[in-house]
Design a binder for this molecule. Structure first.
Ligand SMILES: [Zn+2]
Length: 299
């Protein structure tokens, strides 16, 4: 009898040990899943362009965007160019002051209004920051570019950026990281082979860039410049030029996009209109929406 109890105790201990080991293993794998979880959000904000839709208006709308974005607390913000309408001391000072109000990191790309000439390019580098650079976030690479150097090349400067871009993408490829390109001009508006216009990039440059992006695991190309929402897909690469906070030509409300990055492709991005800015009605894919502070479903 006592031998029987002894055997039972041994069996009970073994069972407990097995349960404990399986519990520890399950915790470890769940922690592993968490550390591997790449889910995060960031904001795409386009053309604050202080002075485009009326100086005071643009200052206030950009301030409102900062406030709403701080409330949302994304991992970071990307500003897709045309920070100001006229690149003078006051505009950049006002931009920097409002931009400093973000409580999350903010990364800016320059637009044609910021760096339209060699003189303003040098000024931008002093007054704002670098015009092209890259950073990493949770296993993704973000490559910020100066698209004005492709739209209207500056001798010396354009070649330097091209060389830097190729080297940067090659280095990222070795790490097998998906890449977001963040700039200002869209490569194309409707069709990758369309002629060059004011809003898109020269055809030859565009072809070279598309090949380069395809080769180096670029997953999305973000920009502004069009002052209207343009969404395209090229061989699985998402191209999004989004709503501004200064003036939209397509009657959409002013606002910004929140991107949700997960394993789900294509990546989801949701429009968030600015609150307290009068926009009567606009057409969405879901029909007419009255806007005050409503969020539009995903595009
Ligand atoms: Zn522009």
């Amino acid at each position: 009898m006592s031998r029987n109890i002894y055997t039972r105790r041994i069996l009970l201990r073994i069972t407990l040990i097995v349960l404990l080991v399986s519990f520890i293993t399950s915790c470890a794998s769940s922690t592993g899943r968490l550390t591997k979880n790449k889910t995060f959000t960031f904001v795409q904000l386009c053309d604050p362009q202080l002075g485009m839709g009326g100086y005071e208006h643009d200052v206030n709308s950009f301030k409102q965007a900062v406030k709403q974005i701080n409330d949302l607390q994304p991992d970071f913000v990307l500003i897709c160019g045309d920070l100001v309408h006229k690149p003078d001391e006051k505009s950049f000072a006002d931009f920097n002051k409002i931009n400093a109000g973000f409580t999350v990191p903010c990364y800016c790309a320059p637009g044609n209004h910021d760096v339209g000439s060699e003189h303003t390019l040098q000024y931008y580098r002093k007054a704002v920051d670098k015009d092209y650079y890259s950073f990493e976030h949770k296993g993704y690479a973000f490559v910020v570019v100066n698209t004005q150097l492709w739209k209207a090349p500056f001798e010396g400067e354009s070649e330097k950026q091209d060389k830097w871009l190729k080297t940067t993408l090659e280095t990222i490829s070795k790490k097998k990281q998906p890449v977001f390109i963040v700039g200002h001009h869209p490569l194309f508006l409707k069709n990758p082979t369309e002629d060059e216009k004011y809003f898109n990039l020269p055809l030859e440059t565009r072809k070279e860039l598309l090949n380069l992006f395809e080769k180096h695991n670029v997953v999305a190309v973000l920009g502004g410049h069009t002052h209207k929402l343009i969404i395209n897909d090229y061989k699985g690469i998402q191209f999004v030029n989004a709503e501004t906070t200064s003036k939209n030509f397509d009657k959409r409300p002013m606002g910004f996009r929140v991107w949700n990055i997960s394993t789900k492709r294509p990546f989801e991005h949701t429009f968030v209109p600015l609150e307290n800015f009068d926009v009567p009605e606009y057409e969405s894919e879901q029909g007419k929406l009255k806007v005050s502070c409503r969020r539009e479903p995903n595009q």
